[in-house]
Structures are given as C-alpha cells and as structure tokens.
Ligand binder design. Structure first.
Ligand code: C2E
Ligand code: MG
Ligand code: MG
Length: 760
C-alpha cells in the first residue's frame, strides 16, 4: 500500500469516525458510551498512523507510534466493555473490569515512558517508493504490549462467540456480523505482522469494524426481529385483533378473536363485517378511534365485549387501514352479576335479602304513588325447636318451601324477600290482598325429611294494610311485626292486622322494658306468697309470685308483663331478684326458728339461656346458709321441650344437689305423659284449670284421677294448683292428693300479710 493511499484513506476514516463519535455521543442507549470510547480510540490510532505515514520528521513519527500504541491499549479496554454490554454481561465494577483496566494502564505507562528507556520500540528510517518512512523496531515490551492486546482480543471474541451460539438465529446475526469482522481484522493484522510490511494497513480494518459496531449497536433496529416479535404478540394476545384494509375489508384475524367470538377462520369476513357494523351502528362517523361495549351473540353464545376501533396512518399520514381490538368481558361481567346477585339475594332460598327487599319496596312505592300497598310478614312458630328436633336440613327445607310458595304465588307487582332466619316479607297491592290466601299458608306440611312424624309447622303472619308511604320500608316491616307479636305464642291465631292499639301496646311494652331496672332498685317489684296447704289444712310452704307496683300503670299482674320481659330476654333480671328475695325470707324464718316451711320459685324457660342455674342456686343457698330442699324450683314443661337433653342434665344436677324440682302447670298446656316418665322431677303441679273450664266434669275428674295415680306410680308427689272450691278439694282428697294451692285456701299475699296470717 502506498503512503499516499494510506494517508487518503486515513483522512476519510478520521472524518467518518468523527461523525460517528458525534452521533454516538448523542444517543441515549447505554451501550453508546463504550462505543463512543471505542470510536475515539480508533480515531487516535488512525491519527497516529496518519502521522507515521505523512511525516518526514522522526519526532512526529515517534508521537504517531506513541498514539498508535496507547490508542490500541485503551481501544481494547473499550472494546471489552462494549462486548460485555452488547452481550448483556456485567462489566462495570466487576473483577474483569479491574483486571483489564490494570493491565491496560500498566501497558499504557510502559509505552509513555518509552522515550526514556526505549524498552518498547525504536525507530528505523526506511525509504519507500513514494517517500521517507519511519518503521518501528520492536523491543521486548512491544511483545508484552502485543500479548496484552491479543489476550484482550481473544477475551472479546470468546464473549461474542458464546452469545452468538446461545441466542436465536433471529438475534444471532448481530453477533455473527461482529465475529466475521473480527476474523477479517485478525487475519489482516496477522498478515501485517508476518509480512513485515512497513505500514500497518490493518488500521483500515479497525476503522471499518468500529463503524460497523457503531451501526449495529447504536443505529440498527432489527426490523425482522421486531416484526417477528410483534406478530408473536399478536397471536398470543388475549384480546382479539381484527385488521381491515382501506376498503374496510377484513384482512387478518388473530386466534383470540376467533376464540372469543366462537367463529371459524373461514367466516372471518362475515363476522369482521358484523363487528365493523356494530362500530358503525354505535355512531362511528369516520373518526380516528371509537370504543363501545356490546353483547355479541353472533355464534349463538352471549358475549360481553368491549370493541375499540382505531384507524391507522403511515408516516405521511395516509390512511392505510384500521383495526378493531376485542376485549372479552364475559367472565368479569358474570362475576360482577354473581356478586350483585349474592349481595342482593338470600343464599339459601335465592329470594331477595332484607336490604334489597327494602330497596325494592321503596322503588315499587315510588313508581306507583297512586296505589295502596300492604306489607305482610311471617314467622314460623317455634322454628328453633324445629331445627333442634328435626335438624337444620329439615329447617332449611321448610324455608325453601316458603320461598318457593312466594315465587309461585306472587305476581309481578309483588315484592318479597327473606328478612332473617324464619322471617319473610311480602309487599303487595292492597287490591290483591285477601286473608283467605294467607290462611291456607299458615300450616305447612312437614317436609319429607321429617319422616312419618306428624309435626305440622305453624306460621303466623302480621299484616300492615295500606302502608304509610312516608315511612321507611324498615318501619313498615316493624309495624307488620308488631301485629305478628300481638299473637305470638297463641298458635290458634294465624293472622293479625296492625292497628293503633297494637302500636300503643308495642310502645307500652317498650316503656315497661325500659323501666324495669329502676323498678327493681326502687322496690316496685315485690314477691307475693301463695300458701301451699296439706290435706290436714296445714300450711307447708308457699309459691313466690312476682308483683309490680308500677309508678304510673298501677298494680301490674305478672300475666301482663312477664311475657313482654320473656320476649325481650329481661325476665332473668326479675327472676334473679325473686330468687334472692325468697332466700332472704327463708333466712329470716330460719332465724326465727322455722326450719321446715319451704318456698317455691318460678323459673322461666328463658332463664336456661342466661344463667347457669346450678351455679346460681347453689351459691344462693350457700350465701343464705339454707338447706336446698327449702327452695323448691318450678319449671314448666315448655322450658324443657326446647332442648330436652341439656335441660334434663341441668335438672338432674339440681336434684343431686338436694333441690326439689316441681313440674309447673301440668295439664294446662301441651302436657305429654310420655315426657313425664323421663323428666327428672319430684313434684307434679296439676293445674285445675281444666276442671274449671271443662263441660264434661265427670270425664275431667277421671282424667285428674288417673293423672294423680300415674304420678304416684312414678313416685311423684302431687300439688293441685288453682283450687277454688270446697267441692274440688273434697274430690281431690278422695283421689289421694296430698297438697293444695288456690284461692279456696288463700290468694297470693304480700310477705307481711302472709307472715301475719300464718304467724311466721
Ligand atoms: P304459676 O306459676 O302457675 O302461678 C300460679 C298462678 O295461678 C298465679 O298467678 C296465681 O295467682 C294463680 N292462682 C293461684 N290460685 C288460683 C286459683 O284458685 N284460681 C285461679 N284462677 N288462679 C289462681 P299469677 O301470680 O298471676 O302468676 C301467673 C304466672 O306468672 C305464674 O303461673 C308464673 O308462671 C308466672 N310468674 C309469677 N311470678 C313469677 C316469677 O317470679 N318469675 C317467673 N318467671 N314467672 C312468674
Ligand atoms: Mg308457678
Ligand atoms: Mg302454675
């Protein structure tokens, strides 16, 4: 190669390199930093070589060689840095960086100090065809320099080769390009070394390689790769994509679009047009983009879709087509519907829940301001007992039956729902209401799950006719329930209508409950005693009966306030007070020397829920130092029915502790002779109520006689309560009854009156 040619080439290279350096330094890609460094170094090497080629001065040639050698040192450093970045291998702050940097710096200084020691090279003047030329004569450290350069070159080559082998052929081309250049430059360089040519023409190779590296690393974006990636994304995309050409003809449909719409590839044109039709219908007036939500039923399956249409342009803003992206919201929509359904409907029966029923009631009333409506609520009698005796499945099946009935019975204008547990509500136009319809409903046949046992389920209803539309739905329900409460416990009554009396009674009940606590502390609630007399006419004990001297209502008999307190769960407060009062009285009598007279206290069925009876009575007896047999406990049969096994357990323990248990009101309610033999009791209190009420006296007497004899057979003693006439007493004596309680002997008396009368 002639010097002139080399010089010309050098200048062109320098210019090209400067352009690349400027552009690379402006690039924001991270790799542009090592590339800029690399280009700068190659520029230094080229400039060095130009000096070598053009100068006749030995000094300038010396500087040229210095630039050339130091330039290649730093060039290899940047090349290593570039290769690592290019192959995505960490370089900065790694051992490789520190090692390469150290050897490069050492060699750099070795070259710098060459003018002093000449350990790297000296110059030799050579004549060539077109002029003078200073050639490099290697000393020992030049070989060290070359060795370092070759080691670094090999390191870079290995990195690039490894990445080329590992990566996909679509990506590998960027590595192979550099490998090929690498090999060419290496061959060129080797040729220079072995041919002993004076001018290092491999610099040309460096330049070309640097520029191509710059192009690949900083400028090049692999279109083939990008296109491949885009088409891959398009195929894998969950959303459907449909492309249209400028004539709105469908040209491409991805797999997801086919899946979403449940269509076949061959129908793509047809449904492509159908989709575009939807966009058109929705009012796309040749705008650039449009989005709409639609239910698509093209293939017979209902799909909730969000369609977005976009018009596409090229660089010159010329229309090149459009596409529709299809987002399938069917699953989300179903989930949302399910959630809404769950939050508005009752899980078990599938009809409206309380909140949604109330919302719908409000809506119905507002939509029909001129129509009168009636609110009906229902409650199953003793539903807890049904669950307890027949199991929860049976209970659930009754509730489902009621909901099914409502579904069948109700017409469009009715609103119905399950409010809670066994409570249902129905709002209907008053004109459609007739009590006959409901009376049929009040006895539900026992569901099959209950087997053959005949246990009809009674339902009671409260009706609030012509609801006041200014009230909230909750208040309307409350009023219907007030009516229902007025007949609660009376199974013979099935329907009750709300009226002002019921409202007043509810208000009265609320005031009674509210004043209870104060009444107890103020001493308005007091025990009365009714004597129990033996067949010789001797008083043996007394029943403790509560009385309330109400501040405003006057004297209240228990029948008036006890059911109210029982329902509100407040009876326990009264009972605890009565039990304690009984103990106080017994203590006083004992202190006066009476160790025998006993007192019977009443236990409400509700008390079992609120206190541990064994614990309560045991500690009372202990506190007042009394024998347990002097505090008799009266329990009604209905108290035991609710949860037979656990109640029997408590009763047995009470008996074992020495208390005497009396079965109260036997014969007045739903007495079962069957229960009698299992019941852990000592005394049977036979209520004379049906001797009083019966028309067939002879028959009633026979029943009483057999009951007394049965009780005796079961080792129970009998107290006849409600004895009113001498005739009754005489009859009862003939059949062997030993104890009596009733107006015939004595009405309930205040404690003072009682003590005075019986000289206590
Ligand atoms: P009970 O336990 O069966 O009490 C007997 C009821 O019969 C008493 O009514 C008593 O006054 C009444 N009586 C007594 N002899 C006759 C008679 O010859 N003829 C008629 N017709 N009635 C008679 P009272 O005091 O009105 O109590 C009614 C019910 O209230 C009681 O029935 C009892 O179940 C309940 N009760 C009374 N005091 C309490 C109490 O402190 N706690 C609880 N939980 N209930 C109580
Ligand atoms: Mg009693
Ligand atoms: Mg009684």
């Amino acid at each position: 190669m002639t010097l002139r040619f080399f010089m010309l080439f050098g200048i062109i290279s320098a210019v090209l390199l400067i352009v690349c350096i400027v552009r690379s330094s402006m690039s924001k890609r991270p790799i542009s930093k090592p590339v800029t460094g690399l280009l700068l170094c190659v520029l230094v090497v080229v400039v060095g070589n130009i000096f070598i080629a053009v100068t006749a001065s030995e000094k300038l040639a010396y500087v040229g060689y210095m630039l050339y050698l130091t330039g290649t040192d730093v060039m290899f450093y940047f090349f290593a840095h570039f290769c690592c970045e290019y192959c995505e291998i960490s370089f900065k702050k790694t051992w490789s960086q520190y090692f390469i940097m150290s050897i490069v710096i050492l060699d750099f200084f070795s070259v710098i100090v060459n003018p002093m020691f000449h350990h790297v090279f000296v110059l030799e003047k050579i004549e060539v065809t077109d002029g003078l030329y200073y050639s490099l004569v290697s000393n020992a450290f030049h070989y060290v320099h070359l060795a370092i350069n070759y080691i670094l070159a090999l390191f870079c080559f290995a990195i690039i080769l490894k990445s080329a082998i590992k990566s996909s052929h679509l990506v590998a081309s960027k590595y192979w390009m550099i490998i090929i250049l690498f090999v060419i430059v290496a061959i060129w360089e080797s040729y220079y070394i072995f041919s002993k040519e004076p001018i290092d023409s491999s610099v040309i190779g460096y330049t070309i390689m640097a520029i191509i590296i710059y192009y690949y690393a900083v400028q090049y974006s692999p279109f083939r790769l990008r296109d491949r990636m885009l088409s891959e994304v398009m195929v894998k995309l969950e959303d459907g994509i449909v492309f249209y050409n400028i004539d709105d003809k469908c040209t491409y449909v991805n797999d997801s679009a086919l899946d979403i719409l449940g269509e076949e590839e061959e129908n793509k044109e047809m449904f492509g047009n159908a989709l575009l039709g939807i966009i058109n219908d929705e009012g796309y007036i040749r705008e650039d983009e449009y989005e709409c939500s639609r239910i698509y039923t093209g293939s017979g399956i209902e799909k909730y879709l969000t369609l977005s249409w976009h018009r596409m342009y090229d660089n010159q803003q010329k229309h090149i087509g459009s596409y529709i992206s299809i987002h399938d919201r069917t699953l989300e929509e179903h989930k949302m519907k399910e959630q809404i359904y769950k939050s508005t409907h009752d899980n078990l029966t599938g009809i409206y829940n309380m909140e949604f029923f109330c919302t719908q009631v409000r809506r119905r009333l507002e939509d029909n301001p001129d129509r009168e409506y009636t609110m009906v609520v229902s409650d199953i009698c003793e539903f807890k007992l049904v669950n307890d005796v027949f199991g929860h499945d049976a209970g659930d099946s009754i509730l489902i039956q009621i909901a099914d009935f409502l579904r069948k019975y109700c017409i469009e204008d009715d609103v119905y729902g399950r409010l809670s547990n066994d409570r249902f509500a129905l709002l209907m136009p008053t004109s459609d209401y007739s009590d006959k319809k409901f009376l049929d409903l009040t006895v539900v046949d026992p569901p099959k799950v209950m087997g053959n046992e005949h246990h009809p389920i009674y339902i009671q209803m409260g009706v609030y006719m012509n609801v006041d539309k200014d009230l909230s739905a909750y208040q309307m329900i409350d009023r219907a329930f007030m009516a229902l409460h007025s007949i609660k416990g009376d199974m013979a009554q099935k329907l009750a209508y709300y009226n002002d009396d019921i409202r007043n009674s509810t208000i009265w009940q609320q005031s009674i409950c509210a004043s209870l606590k104060d009444a107890i502390t103020a001493g308005d609630i007091v025990p009365y005693l009714q004597a129990q007399i033996d067949s010789q006419g001797k008083m043996r004990g007394a029943e403790v009966l509560v009385r309330w001297n109400h501040k405003t209502e006057g004297f209240l008999p228990p029948g008036k306030f006890i059911p109210v307190l029982e329902e509100q769960g407040l009876i326990i407060q009264v009972d605890k007070f009565m039990w304690r009062s009984a103990c106080e009285i017994l203590r006083r009598w004992t202190d006066k020397g009476d160790y025998n007279t006993y007192l019977s206290v009443n236990i409400s069925p509700r008390d079992f829920y609120f206190v541990d009876l064994l614990e309560t009575f045991s500690s009372l007896i202990k506190e007042y130092d009394l024998h347990p047999s002097r505090l008799r406990l009266e329990i009604t049969e209905s108290a035991v029915m609710a949860d037979k096994n656990s109640r029997f357990r408590v009763m047995k323990k009470l008996r074992e502790s020495g208390f005497i248990l009396e079965m109260d009101d036997f014969g007045s309610g739903y007495s079962s002779l069957n229960m009698l033999k299992e019941m852990p009791i000592d005394v049977l209190k036979l209520d004379m109520v049906f001797l009083r009420e019966s028309e067939n006296m002879a028959r009633s007497r026979d029943i009483i006689e057999s009951m007394v004899s049965l009780a005796h057979k079961l080792d129970l003693s009998v107290i006849n309560e409600g004895v009113e006439t001498q005739e009754q007493v005489e009859f009862l004596k003939t059949i062997g009854t030993e104890m009596f309680q009733g107006y015939y002997y004595c009405r309930p008396l205040s404690v003072d009156e009682f003590e005075l009368k019986y000289d206590m």
